[in-house]
Write a protein that binds this ligand. Structure first.
Ligand code: ATP
Length: 262
């Protein structure tokens, strides 16, 4: 059991555990207070989709994994919420795909960035870039300290995986010519709409699927992986996820003609 004070039989066990991780991350100086608000927005949508991975999200996870495996310079961007909720899975995915880990913060502070780096190193990361000192450069399209990225990380990347991010970063990354893969529970967000591949799923489930898929796909021929990437249609995938949300809301409201996805 992960936490003795929350019984596993509690119907909202995992949701409460995730809240606990975010609050703990805040206390440790990894998560900022605004991160609690972002978490609440995601949690509300996860509640509606039934806290499970739906088929379109699994397909998006496959396209995102194939994108990472075929990228020349893949980078996984890590912020406070993603580190607190799923640091270990992020480290594992980077190790399997060969992606570089980079700390990227909306609310920059060197202290917090290095805390997140140390947290990932404790979880087994070999190296984690921080946009500070020699590495620091500023990306166009992002104001002030939010534009910090690493010279040998995101600046040089062709593909970037972001999660629990705001839309400005995704837009700036796209404008800089990067392929953006996003994990975001909100299919209506700017991040979800602007990314090349959006996985509408909770970060822990999405990363677990990507790790399993990386193991399955890493020995595939490059042509097959590129085929998976090319066949993926993000707009269609998002509309399927929105359809699932509509149907689940319809079911909750007792409306007829709504599909059950359980
Ligand atoms: P945008 O600027 O892209 O429209 P936003 O204003 O919603 O997004 P934030 O609140 O900064 O931006 O981003 C947080 C996003 O992450 C939200 O869309 C939220 O649904 C999503 N999110 C929060 N927690 C999780 C989680 N655990 N797993 C996946 N997504 C999450």
């Amino acid at each position: 059991m992960e936490d003795a004070t929350i019984p596993e039989s509690h119907p909202r066990y995992w949701s409460l555990i995730k809240r606990r991780r975010i609050v703990e991350g805040y206390r440790r100086g990894i998560v900022v207070i605004d991160g609690l608000i972002s978490h609440g927005r995601g949690e509300a949508i996860d509640y509606i989709i039934g806290e499970v991975t739906h088929q379109p999200a699994l397909e998006a996870a496959k396209a995102a994994t194939a994108s990472l495996l075929t990228a020349s310079r893949p980078v996984i961007s890590v912020n406070g919420n993603s580190a607190a909720l799923a640091g270990g899975l992020i480290v594992e995915l980077a190790a399997i795909t060969g992606a570089v880990l980079e700390v990227n913060l909306f609310h920059w502070s060197a202290e917090r960035a290095y805390r997140i780096r140390d947290h990932l190193m404790e979880l087994g990361a070999v190296s984690v870039l921080v946009p500070d000192g020699e590495e620091k450069v500023y990306m166009e399209g992002l104001k002030s300290e939010r534009g910090r990225v690493c010279r040998n990380g995101i600046l040089a990347a062709d593909t970037v995986l972001v999660s629990i991010e705001d839309g400005d970063r995704t837009e700036a990354l796209r404008a800089a010519g990067k392929r953006v893969l996003a994990i975001d529970l909100n299919p209506f967000s700017r991040t979800a709409q602007r990314a090349n591949v959006t996985i509408v799923d909770e970060i822990e489930r999405a990363l677990s699927n990507m790790i399993r898929l990386s193991r399955e796909l890493r020995d595939e021929k490059k042509e097959e992986l590129l085929r998976i990437v090319e066949c993926f249609d993000n707009a269609l995938n998002l509309s399927e996820m929105i359809g699932i949300i509509r149907d689940r809301l319809g079911l909750m409201a007792g409306l007829e003609g709504c599909e059950d996805y359980d």
